[in-house]
Design a protein around this ligand. Structure first.
Ligand SMILES: Nc1ncnc2c1ncn2[C@@H]1O[C@H](COP(=O)(O)OP(=O)(O)O)[C@@H](O)[C@H]1O
Ligand SMILES: [Mg+2]
Length: 422
């Protein structure tokens, strides 16, 4: 059995200290006390741990003790956790204001009552549940992403339904669970979608839950919580870390109360997870990033069915520590010639296309066409700008839409410039 250290952290994710005894040592001590006081083992550990932390000068945040005990039990059952983190309060050195502490404690107490908090709106701009037919249609309309879809589905299934991996293992290895499957628990449930604008990252992240739910079985549900990008805060000292802690705490509480697999989506993650070594990076952002990293590690320890998806248009801007942790890192590119042809055919099936017209449109939207200066159209350049422009033209002239309208539009539209390289 491997033993596990215990770290104490403050509300804002700041490390406060490491306990001298490890998990197994504390459990042994608690059992000793239980024997001497004639207590049930089960009741002894929480009481002992609470007392122990108090004598060490720490006050444990509500709910944390319960969560830590659950982790203790996992260690006792032989699970290899790299560490257990316990959130303590107050964090004297950084929290000057009692009202945040009170608010935080109140929220955690409320969460225990299994309620949706009114504050949820602040953090989550969208909450969806799948299956959902609209999502299915959008998912199926995303062209050229079959490989990405497949890899994302497999990864999410392994992260969110570990029991299915176990079933697979038992079936093929005479009822045994491969060691490799157990190691899966140690991975950070983080997926990165990176690449150029308008290539379907947001659309895929917001619809993959539907494909996943349908793939599991006809009763499965998957939830999506999208973190409001305003979570970055207004730059007040301590605010960003506090917001991240709260956003994750709320997501965890929400996922625990939903009792169903949950995707936590952070679009434009580079705003939060920017490289720590950029000179311009404000001290406050650094603290926020550390908190973010820590909450990601915490998710793994908490054992909840949550997978976090980060999206960024600027891969270079992401901190390497974030990239290292990702279980899957998918890169999105502008659609190649055949993919653009598919998008055209699929979006406008009613037009009677000749092969020649399609080929011409593909060329006009490709990197070989001089006006495009070496870059091709993004998928959203096609769907949102080119197709819409042609439609507007035909509609305003009160006539039918023709392939020529598209060719006309394409001959003077230029693609969205690349970002992320500058
Ligand atoms: N691969 C694709 N196939 C078809 N349409 C796409 C594709 N990628 C993007 N689109 C269209 O462009 C819109 C915007 O894409 P989006 O997902 O917001 O791009 P990103 O998040 O990568 O910037 C989508 O809603 C969809 O209509
Ligand atoms: Mg996007």
């Amino acid at each position: 059995m491997t033993d596990t250290p215990i770290y104490l952290v403050g509300l804002a994710g700041k490390p406060l200290g490491k306990l001298r005894p490890s998990v197994l040592e504390l459990v042994a001590e608690a059992e000793e006390v239980a024997r001497s006081r004639n207590l049930a083992k089960r009741a002894a550990l929480p009481a002992f741990l609470d007392e122990y932390l108090e004598t060490e000068g720490y006050r444990v945040a509500p709910d944390e003790l319960k969560r830590a005990i659950a982790d203790f039990n996992r260690v006792c059952r032989g699970e290899a956790l790299s560490a257990i983190q316990i959130i303590c309060t107050p964090e004297q050195s950084t929290i000057a204001d009692k009202s945040f502490e009170n608010q935080f404690l109140k929220q955690r107490i409320n969460m225990r009552a299994n309620q949706t908090l009114p504050q949820v709106q602040q953090f989550f701009e969208v909450e969806r549940v799948y299956p959902d037919d609209k999502a299915k249609t959008l998912y199926e309309s995303l062209m050229g992403l079959d490989e990405h879809k497949k890899r994302l589905l497999v990864e999410l299934e392994m992260l969110l339904y570990p029991q299915r991996l176990e079933v697979w293992s038992r079936k093929h290895y005479q009822g045994r669970v491969l060691r490799l499957c157990e190691q899966l628990h140690n991975r950070t449930p983080l997926i990165l979608l990176q690449g150029d604008v308008g290539t379907g990252k947001t659309a895929l992240a917001e619809t993959i839950g539907d494909a996943l739910a349908r793939q599991i079985d006809n009763k499965a549900k998957v939830h999506l919580l999208k973190i409001n990008s305003q979570v970055r805060g207004t730059g007040l000292v301590g605010e960003m870390s506090d917001l991240i802690v709260q956003a994750f705490a709320q997501a965890e509480a929400r996922a625990a109360s939903l009792k169903e697999p949950t995707l936590l989506l952070l679009d434009e993650a580079d705003a939060l997870a920017a490289r720590r070594d950029t000179q311009q990076m404000h001290h406050e952002d650094k603290a926020g990033l550390n908190t973010l990293l820590q909450r990601l590690d915490n998710l793994r320890l908490a054992g909840l069915a949550i997978a976090v998806i980060f999206i960024t248009n600027r891969p270079d801007a992401l901190d390497p520590a974030i990239r290292r942790r990702a279980a899957l890192d998918l890169f999105f590119e502008r659609p190649a010639d055949e993919v653009r042809a598919d998008i055209i055919r699929r979006s406008l099936p009613e037009l009677e296309w000749t092969e020649e017209q399609i080929a011409k449109l593909v060329h006009l939207t490709g990197s070989q066409e001089p006006k495009n200066e070496g870059i091709s159209f993004t998928a959203s350049d096609l769907t949102n700008r080119l197709f819409m422009g042609a439609l507007r033209e035909a509609f305003s002239q009160k006539r039918e839409l023709k392939a020529d309208d598209l060719l006309n539009q394409a001959s003077h539209l230029i693609p969205t410039p690349k970002i992320g390289i500058i």
